[in-house]
Design a binder for this molecule. Structure first.
Ligand SMILES: C[S@@+](CC[C@H](N)C(=O)[O-])C[C@H]1O[C@@H](n2cnc3c(N)ncnc32)[C@H](O)[C@@H]1O
Length: 266
């Protein structure tokens, strides 16, 4: 399955910022509590983006770990590298396309993660096998991604504003099914954990900023909704009007993120 998708740096960073400002809970704390990292570990983060998880691991282990982040997007990697230099964290950031054999030896890593990225893989079993190959025996893979109940409010507003059915999202349509099945088929043991985080907006602006960062022109997933910038702005206007009405009616806008965290042991 070829997925026409390209994350832009600004959109990703905007969504991270909105989660941290309006979310009731912190997803990194949830993840760190689950994955039980230990000092001295050799860690690989696949689809690392601007390095969010790598920096969390580094801070949690106070730098006592060998951490590598890999991503296909050079702009996001440049952002991660520049932050790495600024903070003097000495991690490695490398180009890694998870649709191709990883340029890495087998049986190397104690811990590996792939957060909000695995569902963009063209061939899920292939990517999961590559992740399994580079782990040491007994090593663990943590993946995270949206469950089917994720952000129902968000999709409901868009449906209401456009009158159109929401296209299947590669994450929520595949994470708890194809990806979980593939992890179970490849790993000795797989644990399933769930994180629920309501994002509460008392004004429409941050919700609209989140929506823009999710639907913007670079997100080709929404091409059946808009082709041109004008179409995009028209849809944003309709979404803003529906959101304002809901805010007046309910006093706040609540969008609940429902995220799965699967831990596979080799
Ligand atoms: C939603 S972002 C998540 C980034 C980061 N893990 C985080 O949580 O902030 C999805 C990431 O998957 C990466 N990605 C998409 N396709 C990829 C591929 N073929 N190989 C490696 N990374 C890929 C994107 O470049 C992007 O950095």
């Amino acid at each position: 399955m070829k997925i026409d998708y390209r994350e832009t740096t600004n959109d990703l960073l905007k969504r991270i910022d909105i989660h941290s400002q309006y979310g009731a809970k912190n997803i990194d704390e949830w993840m760190l509590d689950l994955i039980k990292l230990q000092k001295g570990m050799k860690i690989l983060d696949v689809g690392c983006g601007a390095g969010k998880q790598c920096f969390s691991y580094y801070d949690f282990l106070r730098g006592d770990a060998d951490i590598t982040g890999g991503d296909v997007n050079l702009e996001l990697l440049a952002q991660a590298k520049s932050e790495n230099e600024k903070r003097g964290t000495g991690m490695t950031f490398m180009e890694l396309n998870f649709n191709q054999p990883f340029p890495l030896e087998e049986n190397q890593y104690d811990f590996e993660s792939c957060c909000f990225a695995i569902y963009y893989a063209e061939d899920i079993p292939f990517t999961i096998k590559e992740m399994h190959r580079v782990l040491k025996p007994g090593g663990r893979l943590f993946t995270s991604g949206p469950m089917p109940e994720n952000k129902l409010f968000f999709y409901d507003i868009i449906r209401d504003a456009t009158g159109k059915e929401i296209p299947p999202m590669p994450g929520s349509s595949r994470y708890s099914t194809q990806i979980l099945d593939s992890m179970k088929a490849t790993f000795k043991n797989v644990e399933i954990h769930i994180f629920e985080n309501p994002l509460v907006f008392e004004k429409v602006e941050p919700f609209i900023a989140y929506t823009r960062a999710s639907l913007s022109e670079d997100r080709k997933l929404w091409s059946s909704f808009f082709e041109t910038k004008d179409d995009f702005e028209k849809i944003m206007k309709a979404i803003t009007s529906v959101s304002e009405k809901r805010l007046q009616r309910d006093g706040k806008l609540v969008m609940t993120k429902v995220v799965g965290g699967f831990i596979g042991t080799k």
